[in-house]
Ligand binder design. Sequence first.
Ligand SMILES: *[C@@H]1O[C@H](CO)[C@@H](O)[C@H](O)[C@H]1NC(C)=O
Ligand SMILES: *[C@@H]1O[C@H](CO)[C@@H](O)[C@H](O)[C@H]1NC(C)=O
Ligand SMILES: *[C@@H]1O[C@H](CO)[C@@H](O)[C@H](O)[C@H]1NC(C)=O
Length: 567
Amino acid sequence: MVAFAWIPFLLACVSPLSSVAAPLEGLTTTASFKGTPVFPPINYGLLCELPILQGICTRVAAKGSSGIQVTTPIGTAQGVADGSGANRFAVKYASATRWAASTVATKWAFPTGATNASGLPLACPQPSVDPSTYTEDCLSMILYVPTSLKANSDVPTLLWIHGGSFIAGSATAPGLDGSKLAIATNSIVAVMQYRLGALGFMAPSGATNLAVKDTITAMNFLAKVVPSFGGSAKKITLAGQSSGANMIRALLATPSASSLFQSAILQSDPINYGFLNASTQTALQSSYNTLTGCAATDKACQAALSLDAILDAQVTLGDNAPSIDASTGSAEPIRPVRDGSLITTPLDLTAAFPSVNKPILLSNVKNEAGPTIFGMFTGVLAPSVFGPVCEASLGDDRTATIQASPFYNTTNVADTRIPLEALGTDWVWRCPTWSLARSWVGHGGKAFVGLYVTGATYPANNGIAFCLESGSVCHQDDIEIVFGTVPNPTPAQAALTTEMQARYKAFLTTGNPNVAGLSPWTAATTTDVHAHQLGGTPTPSGEVPVGACDPSFWGAAVDYDYQVFGI
Ligand SMILES: *[C@@H]1O[C@H](CO)[C@@H](O)[C@H](O)[C@H]1NC(C)=O
Ligand SMILES: *[C@@H]1O[C@H](CO)[C@@H](O)[C@H](O)[C@H]1NC(C)=O
Ligand SMILES: *[C@@H]1O[C@H](CO)[C@@H](O)[C@H](O)[C@H]1NC(C)=O
């Protein structure tokens, strides 16, 4: 299974120290793993494929019956009242021939797989799932529209871009029913799909970023149709989680997309990895062509490939990527490329930061690396394990600085998984997010930074005991809070949903998440990101401690991967 390709090399390096290695020794690899991270934002969606989790990973339910019709410039939209106070419209927003750029729909049509207005889209092709759940013709989205909305009300639209390490996920993944979010924010919520994996990023001709262009096509589609539903074409806000947030960061680095959206919300973006650079992409690309056996110019060969063959080659490419070019990492080796034409800046600390002006909202959860560390190490770890794991992931130099710092101290720590989890969270997600916030406000934009200390266990995390402990907020545990789709929420979860939806409503309208009656959320500055605590018992300042995300530590004393690799 591709998402776990990194486990063998980790076990290889800790096997003398860790009892968990023994049963898996046969999986160890001789490939060089130096510098390869062990804290990838793995595709937790694939955990839904594990027998233990089957049955709880239910997709968005296709409820709803009464027919709703809306006249749009491209024909009559047919939807259903879903019973929650919102109407749902599933639609094909674009079409694309294999490995060509997508073109925006010119006629309203149901997604492939749907035969009537209650039907939901099939996912985009992805490994390790039943092929009957996906179709190559997958460029669809689901619009959730409050029933109270009248045409030409000029309300905002939130376009949600799902996560899944660019190889998995869909608009119908758990928790992504946008009805409640649409109603609470009085906006249109659009949950879109984009091409995944090789079909989205490895066009044999060398064309780059097809999946990023799919999101641009989706924005063009929304600009055309949302006025018919009561939305304003000028008020589109992008929001996404994990690789979905990474996609949004790519769009923030795409000057040609800038006029298509007004603001952006990035939840749990693994910024540490950076974008791929063009030479790395070329190396992956030519390896992919070798794997499929189709020459770059042989269109007939490419068109004849089965989806199985394409996905098999993709899985092999993902496994091999770190040995082809270590800067790919193993977490999401297939990802947006700074190709110089679409994406023109790394948008990080390695190059001059561009002038920016959009408001952005950046959030993390308290234990981003919880599923990775506690999913991998199911027993208590001794302090002696910290150094070897850190070295295998970050190399000797960074490890030395990390171990000399006060931030991940293993003295008197009963279980070294705790500091390892904190390290993974800071390194891959939290600190590079704060670095981005400081750069953003230093170059003309406004940024609000938050950290969830209350969450709701996402189905894929249910098998990880740590994520079920009270106080843990694992990667993805913010999703159902934001969508208001937590099953049987506790009072604390319900209160945080109400708060976040009120803040999102304000942000969609004004670019500022401050709301009368809620604690003040101070905008980030170039020196202090003022990370607002989301949930939990309020701190005196309303903010969370800076810790290792001080500008003098991560990004300065200790480099992020994008700095190490100079991408
Ligand atoms: C509508 O489509 C769904 C599947 O998408 C199907 O189960 C249902 O029977 C269809 N309803 C009608 C009235 O055709
Ligand atoms: C691209 O990244 C690689 C690291 O994998 C680096 O060696 C190379 O110099 C970079 N190329 C450019 C053009 O920046
Ligand atoms: C770690 O904690 C111990 C005990 O509190 C302390 O003696 C030691 O100096 C700390 N190490 C670092 C690197 O801060």
